[in-house]
Write a protein that binds this ligand. Sequence first.
Ligand code: KIV
Length: 257
Amino acid sequence: MLPSELVKYKENSQKIIALTAWDCISGSLAEQADADLILVGDSLAMVCLGYKSTLPITLDNIIYHTNAVSRGFSKKISDQPLIVCDMPFLTYQCGEDKAVEYAGKIIQNTYAKAVKVEGAEPEIQNVISRLIRMGIPVMGHLGLTPQSYLNFGFKKQGINLESQEKIKREANILEKLGCFAIVLEHIPELLAKEIQSNLKIPTIGIGAGKYCDGQVRVTADLLGLNDNQPPFCRPIVEGKKLLKEKLKSWVASERLN
Ligand code: KIV
């Protein structure tokens, strides 16, 4: 599937379901679960590599992990989910030339068909428009943007009128620039609803309520594998607790053998 085809989901009122993945096991699980889109998000810094934020992830890291994810796929190519890859911190904040080079390397060296960038500041708008003109599809990301946590914290965004207006304005700009979809993270449900109805491109929510055109979750959060669970993701299984208990009892029983 090409990124531009996601718009048909919205036109047909078909929900887009996206999961993150970071290695071949999570890639295989997400693919076998029939996710439409797999995001190799820089959240892998926190859920897989033990960092406290997403900032340490490098271009080489994201390429390495994206290739591990696609090695986990077993469906025939035409049935595989669309892979979108996060542009790591400092791969697009330093200007358009560098952004094209780094996004190009992602596209050239992985099976990702698009990149995601956070925010819509004027400099980022220039980057997005240049990437798209150079043939690299871009997914936007507004609301809580973890790469800016030093400015805004890991907090819900769009809680006052000014910030709501800013997010709405930026969503319209991202659509005009040619983004094929926008992730809305941790914003009020009614704000996400208004944005969803104003845009032709799909909105994919995480902690943004039920009115988005799709939902994305960090798979490790959904599986309860983390110690620090975000407030907006209820795990579907207490994965860490369960696996820890099973392993502990296997170790104990093997000791007796
Ligand atoms: O990095 C990531 O996993 C993301 C999701 C939270 C959308 O950007």
